[in-house]
Ligand binder design. Sequence first.
Ligand code: PAF
Length: 281
Amino acid sequence: MHVFSDIKSIQEHLAKLHSDFKIGFVPTMGALHQGHLSLINQAQKANDIVVVSIFVNPTQFDNLADLDNYPRTLDTDLELLNKVNCDIVFTPTVSEMYQPNEQKIHFDFDGIEYEMEGKYRVGHFDGVGTIVKKLFEIIKPCNAYFGEKDFQQLQIVKKLVETLKLPIKIVPCAIYREEDGLAMSSRNMRLNKNQRQAAPLIYKTLTSAKEKFGTISVDKLKQWVDTQFANHPFLTLEYFEIASEQSLKPYEVCQENEPFRAFIAVYADDIRLIDNISLGN
Ligand code: PAF
């Protein structure tokens, strides 16, 4: 496994590869878990080599404490990647990826960027777009793999590729869950025992909401979700939304025959957890 931390070295290495080589790319912020490994596994099946990046991107954090507290486990990440036969790892520093005082790019993603995560984490998707664009320009993959846990991010990245006309296929990967249903996330490692025991309520609420969808009004459904978290000792609901998979616009302003998803964001103290579920069959 080759590990590079500067752009020039990884580009020189990639330039030596056969021009027909298919590069699969899995961008991450590290603190790797089984969910990431499933993306890598999917990438390995469809590409000649797989590049994984590990970079905690400061421009996508709207909150400095969240950035500071984001788990960083580079040594164990590298061991894991070595074990699963990853070919190349890119671990740049912030100064390698950004000029001093460089601002994130402001993107127009057709309004998707202002819904849900964009509403609660202002500027988040400009930061994601900025770093994903830079990483794509460095790695130049054929296929790039993104988890559906960050469903809105996945749609944003598809829009980015479409807008910039990049020859990259964005491959969505199913959410990987713990046995009790909690969606795998790097942030889960920050949960204490009580929070961890409580956290499966998030997915449980989503699966029940899926059953209820269509049998009661969306308004009533939202009220029911509120009651699941009301006065909860460890979890606070930030939002629950039913939105179009394509436009990410709320159910209330969409055509009823569109495919919908339920989206949720919950805080356990300062740890923010998100999840979603398809409301189709
Ligand atoms: O999903 C993530 O881990 C990040 O948002 C990404 C795509 C690596 C960009 O920093």
